[in-house]
Design a protein around this ligand. Structure first.
Ligand code: NAD
Ligand code: MG
Length: 478
């Protein structure tokens, strides 16, 4: 007999998920093949095993989905908010009921550690639906006028780093406000969105209220360009975000863009070093650094730099890189071959530009897409690794002497999504936060998310807010 107080969950395994060999598009409450029969494969990035084939939606399919959403909009938007809320509450509960399965499916398709999908992503998905369900019958009290109306049909395109959570961020407020949705998941991580479609069927959501059209960039472009889409919501790269902004300029479409980031994580000399080091690790290695708000630029005060670096290196040596389904894994696989080559390319640039690289030593699995936790010191503001979003487990380290210098370096970025501040002094934390041009500033913590708090960027990180009361505004005609 083992220690009865030791909590030993059953091993997470593929046994709880049932992946079909092929999936159609989810339009008007039913799954169907793409009109031209197009398919693409989604793989497990930890093994390169093909998981399933998914339909690639073309213009005709997108048009069918938008028509279904338009038809459903009439009755969905006319439902009393309290009735719409019931569907959202039901969806939230079903996500909780299927939590284990969704977490395993997410980790298999995306490569993220099961500990993250199980303890962070999926619980937050349910929390978002619960939270926005609560708003559905209180829209008149949300501060947007006495009877704010939904916008219409929302076209939503999401990335691969938090597949189901990004779906929840977009779908929950849209439906709560009375809009209908056509959503395109990322081509490398479509499986949880398709499983979510089945959950909506189980919840009795009326046909056409939510449609899922899978495919790659061309499908996304067709969706957002469709003339009968009233609201465009995009999360992804700044390059594609700019292209979308150009494409819809001059149309009556409303738009919110959630783009990249290059967050500074500022450690003052009076910070609790142990917790700061935990926060640095959480900031850059959570989801393998494939996070738009990742704390990818460490700014550490010169007088404690040696101590922080020594402790950080020691802490990184304890990280376990490997099988995403192992509950002890800290860093999983990189989502795709393309993302891995982007990381490798920027790391090579960092070395060529003269920064000093340190990577966690050890054997990485032979198959799959992997990159070891990596830290660059000797970095200057001129280096590309300090300016470009790497979107991988790669941290750059710079030092500063004064708070003013910390703020100056932190703001010296094309991005402005998030930032972190580590100090024991409340006044210093506030002084710093007030001067940072970042949509989210964490103090003595990092990468903490909550459905009640708005999230979004400044500058090239995009515009509009998701989450909280602010997140409703994007889906209301205010
Ligand atoms: P991407 O912007 O190419 O893809 C994001 C989503 O947009 C996917 O669903 C994709 O199919 C779709 N898409 C691509 N081209 C489109 C177009 N022209 N019109 C409409 N939709 C289109 O991002 P990526 O290639 O997966 O990643 C590249 C970089 O983007 C990463 O290295 C990272 O810097 C950044 N990124 C940021 C976030 C974020 O959360 N802000 C998420 C993922 C990636
Ligand atoms: Mg995949």
């Amino acid at each position: 007999m083992g220690n009865p107080f030791e909590y030993a969950p059953a091993p997470e395994s593929r046994a709880v998920v049932d992946i079909a060999p092929a999936y159609g598009l989810f339009i008007d409450g039913k799954f169907a093949d793409a009109a031209d029969g197009g398919r693409l494969k989604t793989v497990n990035p930890a093994t390169e095993e093909v998981l399933s084939e998914i339909a690639v939606g073309g213009e005709a399919d997108v048009d069918r989905a938008v028509k279904a959403a338009r038809k459903a909009f009439k009755s969905w938007s006319a439902l009393p908010g309290a009735e719409r809320a019931k569907f959202l509450f039901r969806i939230a509960r079903l996500v909780q009921e299927h939590a284990r399965e969704l977490a395993v499916l997410e980790s298999i398709d995306n490569g993220k550690p099961i500990r993250e999908s199980r303890d962070v992503d999926v619980p937050l998905v349910a929390a978002h639906f619960f939270y926005y369900a609560g708003w559905a019958d209180k829209l008149a009290h949300a501060g947007f006028g006495p009877s704010p109306r939904p916008i219409g049909v929302a076209g939503q395109v999401i990335p691969w780093n938090f597949p189901l959570l990004m779906l929840a961020w977009k779908v929950a407020p849209a439906l709560a406000a009375g809009n209908t949705v056509v959503l395109k998941p990322a081509e490398t991580t479509p499986l949880t969105a398709l499983r979510f479609a089945e959950i909506c069927v189980e919840a009795g959501l009326p046909d056409g209220v939510l449609n899922i059209v899978t495919g790659a960039g061309e499908t996304g472009r067709a969706l957002l360009a469709h003339p009968d889409v009233d609201k465009v919501a995009f999360t992804g790269s700044t390059g594609v975000g700019k292209e979308i902004a150009r494409a819809i300029a001059g149309t009556r479409k409303r738009v919110t863009l959630e783009l990249g980031g290059k967050a500074a994580n500022i450690v003052y000399d009076d910070a609790a070093i142990d917790s700061a080091v935990d926060g640095i690790v959480e900031g850059i290695f959570f989801n393998g650094g494939q996070v738009c708000c990742a704390g990818s630029r460490l700014l550490v005060q010169e007088s404690v730099a040696d101590e922080v670096m020594e402790s950080l290196t020691r802490r990184i040596r304890t990280l376990r890189v490997g099988d995403p389904l192992d509950k002890n894994t800290d860093v999983g696989a990189i989502n795709s071959a393309a993302q891995l080559s982007r990381i490798k390319e920027l790391v090579a640039v960092g070395e060529a530009e003269g920064a000093e690289r340190w990577s966690l030593a050890g054997d990485l699995p032979a198959k799959g897409f992997w990159f070891p936790p990596t830290v660059f010191t000797g970095v200057t503001q001129a280096h590309r690794i300090a300016r470009d979003e790497i979107f991988g487990p790669v941290l750059t380290v710079q030092t500063f002497r004064t708070p003013a210098e910390a703020v100056e370096k932190a703001n010296n970025s094309a991005y402005g999504l998030s930032a972190g501040v580590w100090t024991e002094k409340g006044a210093k934390a506030l002084w710093t936060a007030q001067r940072l041009r970042a949509g989210v500033v964490w103090t003595n913590t990092f990468n903490k998310f909550d459905p009640t708090s708005p999230f979004g960027g400044f500058k090239e990180s995009g515009f509009g807010r998701e989450g909280g009361r602010h997140g409703l505004e994007a889906y209301l005609d205010v």
